[in-house]
Design a protein around this ligand. Sequence first.
Ligand SMILES: [Fe+2]
Ligand SMILES: [Fe+2]
Length: 167
Amino acid sequence: MAEKTLDDLFLDTLKDIYFAEKQILKALPKMARAAQSPDGKAAFLKHKDETEGQIERLQQVFDIVGKAARGKTCEAIQGIIAEGEEIMEEYKGSVALDAGLISSAQAVEHYEIARYGTLKSWAEQLGYTDAVALLDANLQEEIATDEILTQLGEASANPKGAKKKVA
Ligand SMILES: [Fe+2]
Ligand SMILES: [Fe+2]
C-alpha cells in the first residue's frame, strides 16, 4: 500500500466537510422552523442559502484537484446535529429554546471554521491556489455567521432564557 500523503489527507478532509455541509443544509430549515425569534429564523434561512453556495464551491475544489465530488461520513457533524435535535425536542416551547438552537448552530460553525482553516492552509502548502480562494470564501461566511449568532444570542435569545430563571 502506498504511503499516505498530505494530498490524501486534503482529499479526505474535503470529503468530510462536503458530507458535513450536506447534512447542515438539511438541518438548517428544521432549525429555522423551530426558532421562535424572527431574527433567528431569518439567520438560519440566510445561512441555508449560503450553504448551497458553499457546496458549489466545494464541488469546484474537487474539480481543481481532479477528483469526483464525494462525501465521506463525518461522525463529528452527525453528533453535533443530533445534539441540536435533542435540544429542539427537550426545550420545545420553552423560553430557553432559541438560546439552545443558537448554541448548537455555533458548535456547527466552529466545526466548519476549524475544517476550512485547515483545508485552506493545506491548499496553500499543496499549491492549489484557486482552491485557497474558494475555501477562504467559505471560511469567511462561517466566521460571519458565527458572529451573527453571537449577537443574536446576546441580544435576544439568551436574555429571554435567563429572565425566566430570575422571575
Ligand atoms: Fe457551511
Ligand atoms: Fe456554517
